[in-house]
Design a protein around this ligand. Structure first.
Ligand code: ADP
Ligand code: MG
Length: 561
């Protein structure tokens, strides 16, 4: 080894390592999933780079991952012949966390082990999970294309610093050696490792091989390797052959989530366009759902070759929570981010994947209402961005929305527009709603009095985005929405002829009173009218038909406009 160097971990890494080492994970075996997942990513990257630089493959044959163990030495090692790392890359990638929002993420940690373990799972700390079971980790690597003299040895005990040195390394790729902690030596065992690989890495698209135990006279002979996983890209297999558990494991690899997804949709499209997609609805929102630079988009493959993570071109923003893979037969292998920006192929794939996602949500809502309710809690607010962004699909999106209403009592958002329509009163051809700050604030609003009296349901909207949403959602199922706090409320056929007559009469009788109130209030109001809205309250303030709503006014005030 030459030029050894000792460097400190980035503060955030130190904090994470502390959490790991104090075994936040109840599920320690996931370290292997993380390291195998990195090895598979490294193979994907090599394949991609070798499209333009075939010499990177160095003539060497098949890409694979090898897992070895030594019970006597108490080590487990994971080796790949993927892209590898240069010395600089090892320092950068294994000493810092490049992910945006890391500091934010750490600020979210509560100190409650169970909750934090969940957060860490979705943050995907990957490589550092090696320190859950190891008290020393050695990484030997050489980047594809660099000479053998430019290998790197990275090593750390996970205690604040790491060493790097330049080494001679003939093999391309990365070998990671875990020196198991006291009490964790049980992982250096073929049977145990095989079980973990089967469980978490069966879907990995390249072979994950385990060393065969040499027996009798074979002992001491050259190592024999045996593939443990199925090693075919999961999305290329026929739907009927893939088990639910496999779909779920694949999701975890893909999404860096350790909870199960709520639903998935796997489709092969043939004809004018050829592509396969596998889309998932996660069970929980990532901590950075509302960050501008949060991870979003699909993992893109072209004819099974990995092209990029987070290809954002295939789904609209309001579906940014959807995770998945799309494997295109039409795009060129040379696609770059620039090329991906536009074009008829991408456009029609985006339209189709958007429909698929909405269909998947519809199906979830229909088949598993409880899961859909869980989904709505996590992602409902994002879906409400839909009608504005995707006018063409607004009716479909509207069908997926859930609202609180006067039909319920606790303000839970569980009423679909279809439910509302099923409860329309005779003669009702409008969909009534009221917006406000909070459920507590509007549930007893005087605006609701006449609706209560007549038994007409009103949707109660209290999310910040609701007024904005309703600016784009003007009708559903051919019926228009009416904000009951606005302008003149005409209940149409819901008022009988006698009621209408009585209202007119009252208006005439009270004309003198109306004049006096107008004079008293002067410029403060635009108009004073006899209202038929109220049954118990003497008076109410209403908003003009075309004026800004209260929520919008507040948003503008806060933003200084
Ligand atoms: P992630 O996989 O989410 O990027 P990790 O903590 O798992 O985060 O890995 C950090 C980085 O270290 C990877 O992005 C990659 O650049 C590098 N790395 C880890 N393992 C390998 C490997 N086997 N081969 C090449 N690079 C690797
Ligand atoms: Mg990783």
């Amino acid at each position: 080894e030459s030029q050894p160097q000792t460097l400190g971990f980035q503060t955030e890494v130190k904090q994470l390592l502390q959490l790991m080492i104090h075994s936040l994970y109840s599920n320690k075996e996931i370290f292997l999933r993380e390291l195998v997942s990195n090895a598979a990513d490294a193979a994907d990257k090599l394949r991609f780079e070798s499209l333009v630089r075939p010499e990177l493959l160095e003539g060497a044959g098949e890409l694979r991952i090898r897992v070895d163990y030594d019970a006597a030495a108490r080590t487990v090692s994971i080796e790949d012949n993927g892209i590898g790392m240069s010395r600089e890359e090892a320092v950068a990638h294994l000493g810092t966390i490049a992910k945006s929002g890391t500091a934010d993420f750490l600020a979210h940690l509560s100190g409650d082990q169970k909750k934090d373990a969940h957060l860490i799972g979705q943050f995907g700390v990957g490589f550092y999970s090696a320190f859950i079971v190891a008290d020393q980790v050695d990484v030997y690597s050489r980047r594809a294309g660099l000479p053998a003299s430019e290998g790197v040895h990275w090593s750390s005990r996970g205690e604040g610093e790491f060493n790097v040195a330049t080494i001679e390394r003939a093999e391309r790729g990365t070998r990671i050696v875990l020196h198991l902690k006291d009490g964790e030596e049980g992982y250096a065992d073929a049977w145990r490792l095989r079980g973990i690989i089967k469980k978490y890495s069966d879907h990995i698209a390249l072979p994950v091989e385990l060393r065969k135990e040499a027996e009798g006279e074979d002992a001491g002979a050259e190592a024999q390797w045996e593939a443990v996983n199925r090693a075919s890209a999961l999305w290329t297999r026929p739907r009927g052959e893939v088990k639910d558990a496999e779909y779920q494991e694949f999701y975890k690899h893909l999404a860096h989530d350790h909870a199960d997804p709520l639903a998935w949709s796997h489709n092969k499209v043939e004809g004018k366009l050829e592509y396969t997609s596998l889309l998932y609805v996660p069970g929980r929102a990532p901590y950075d759902l509302y960050h501008r630079d949060a991870a979003k988009g699909l993992k893109l493959y072209v004819q099974r070759v990995f092209i990029m993570d987070q290809a954002e071109q295939f789904l609209p923003l309001y579906l940014r929570f959807i995770k998945g893979v799309v494997d295109s037969g039409d795009l060129s292998l040379n696609v770059s981010r620039e090329i991906l920006q536009a074009g008829p192929v991408i456009d029609s794939m985006k339209a189709a994947l958007t429909r698929r996602s909405l269909d998947m949500l519809e199906k979830l809502a229909k088949d598993k209402p409880q899961d859909y309710a869980a989904f709505w809690k996590q992602f409902g607010q994002v879906l409400k961005e839909g009608p504005a962004e995707d006018y063409g699909n607004r009716e479909k999106i509207a069908g997926l929305l859930r609202f609180a209403s006067t039909h319920g009592t606790d303000g839970a958002q569980d009423v679909a527009l279809a439910d509302y329509i099923a409860r329309l009163r005779e003669g009702q051809d409008k969909l009534y709603y009221l917006t406000g700050e909070s459920h507590a604030q509007i549930k007893d609003s005087p605006h609701l009095e006449v609706f209560r009296k007549k038994g007409i349901e009103v949707l109660l909207m209290t999310d910040r985005i609701d007024e904005w949403l309703m600016g784009y959602l003007t009708e559903f199922d051919g019926k228009s929405f009416v904000d009951i706090a606005r302008g003149d409320l005409d209940l149409g056929a819901l008022d009988s002829a006698e009621e209408k007559q009585a209202q007119e009469q009252a208006a005439q009788e009270k004309q003198a009173l109306v004049e006096r109130i107008k004079q008293a209030l002067g410029e403060e109001v635009a108009e004073v009218r006899v209202s038929q809205r109220l049954t118990d309250s003497p008076a109410i303030l209403a908003i003009g038909r075309d004026d800004l709503g209260l929520q919008m006014r507040q948003i503008l005030e806060v933003s200084g406009q």
